[in-house]
Design a protein around this ligand. Structure first.
Ligand SMILES: N[C@@H](CCC(=O)N[C@@H](CSCc1ccc([N+](=O)[O-])cc1)C(=O)NCC(=O)O)C(=O)O
Length: 216
C-alpha cells in the first residue's frame, strides 16, 4: 500500500533536517519502506483538507491505505510496530524503547524547543535574558541525566531503536548551540545517528525539497 507523508513546501529549517517530517522520513528509511511526499504550503496547512488530517494545522501527517495519522512520535511508533528494524523483538525491550521515545519528546525536547522558539519570538521581551538562562539550566539538567545514562554505549538501550531515532532527532537542534560543547558523548551519539545510511537518505530527500524550492 502506498505511504504518503506531508512536509513543508518550503521548510523554514532551510534543509537542516529540523522540521518534524525528518523523523518520519528517517523511520521509513530504517524500515526500508518507500514513501511519497505531499508538499504543503503554510496557507494550505490551515485549510479544511489538511485540518481533516492534522487538527492543529501542522506537518507531518502519514497516510497508508485507510489509516491517517498525525503526531511524528505516533507515526514513528506505527512504522516501528508495522515494519521491522526499530523496536526489539522481546516485549520488555520493546516497552523500554517506547519509554525512550516518550522521554525524547516529553522530557528532553520541551526545554530545547522552547529555547529555540524564545530566541526567535521573545528577543524583545524585557525578561528575555532571564528566560534563556532558565531554559538553558533546564536543558543542562536533561543533558546531564541523558549523558550519565548513555555512558560510553552506542545507543540508549542495546541496539539502535525508535527511541534513539527520536532522541537524536531532538538533540540535532542543539548541534550548533554552544551548550553542546560541554557534552561530547552526546555530540558523538548524534553523529552516530547522522552516520546511519537511513538518516543520510532521509536528510538528502528533505534537503532536495528545499533546494528545488530555492531554485524555483
Ligand atoms: N507535535 C507535532 C508537532 C508538529 C510540528 O511542530 N510541526 C511544525 C513543523 S516541525 C517544527 C519545526 C518548525 C520549524 C523549524 N525550523 O527549523 O525552522 C523546525 C521545526 C509545523 O507544521 N508548523 C507549522 C505551524 O504550526 O503552523 C508532531 O510532532 O508532529
Amino acid at each position: 500500500m502506498t505511504i504518503t507523508i506531508t512536509a513543508f513546501e518550503r521548510s523554514p529549517d532551510r534543509g537542516r533536517g529540523l522540521a518534524r517530517d525528518m523523523r518520519v522520513r528517517w523511520a521509513l528509511e530504517e524500515a526500508g519502506q518507500h514513501y511519497e511526499v505531499r508538499l504543503v504550503s503554510f496557507e494550505a496547512l490551515k485549510q479544511p483538507a489538511h485540518l481533516a488530517l492534522q487538527p492543529f494545522g501542522q506537518i507531518p501527517t502519514f497516510e497508508e491505505g485507510d489509516l491517517t495519522l498525525f503526531e511524528s512520535g505516533a507515526i514513528v511508533l506505527h512504522i516501528a510496530e508495522r515494519h521491522g528494524g526499530l523496536l526489539p523483538r522481546d516485549a520488555n525491550g520493546r516497552a523500554r524503547a517506547i519509554a525512550w521515545m516518550f522521554a525524547a519528546l516529553n522530557t528532553v525536547e520541551p526545554p530545547i524547543f522552547d529555547h529555540s522558539l524564545a530566541r526567535i519570538l521573545e528577543r524583545d521581551e524585557p525578561w528575555y535574558e532571564h528566560r534563556l538562562q532558565s531554559l538553558e539550566k533546564s536543558i543542562r539538567k536533561r543533558l546531564d541525566s541523558l549523558s550519565r545514562h548513555l555512558g560510553d554505549a552506542d545507543w540508549l538501550d542495546g541496539a539502535f531503536s525508535a527511541g534513539d531515532l527520536l532522541m537524536v532527532s531532538v538533540l540535532l537542534r542543539l548541534k550548533s548551540a554552544k551548550i553542546f560543547d560541554d557534552y561530547p558523548s552526546l555530540a558523538a551519539y548524534v553523529a552516530r545517528g547522522e552516520a546511519r545510511p537511513a538518516y543520510q537518505r532521509a536528510f538528502a530527500a528533505q534537503l532536495a525539497v528545499f533546494q528545488a524550492a530555492s531554485a524555483g
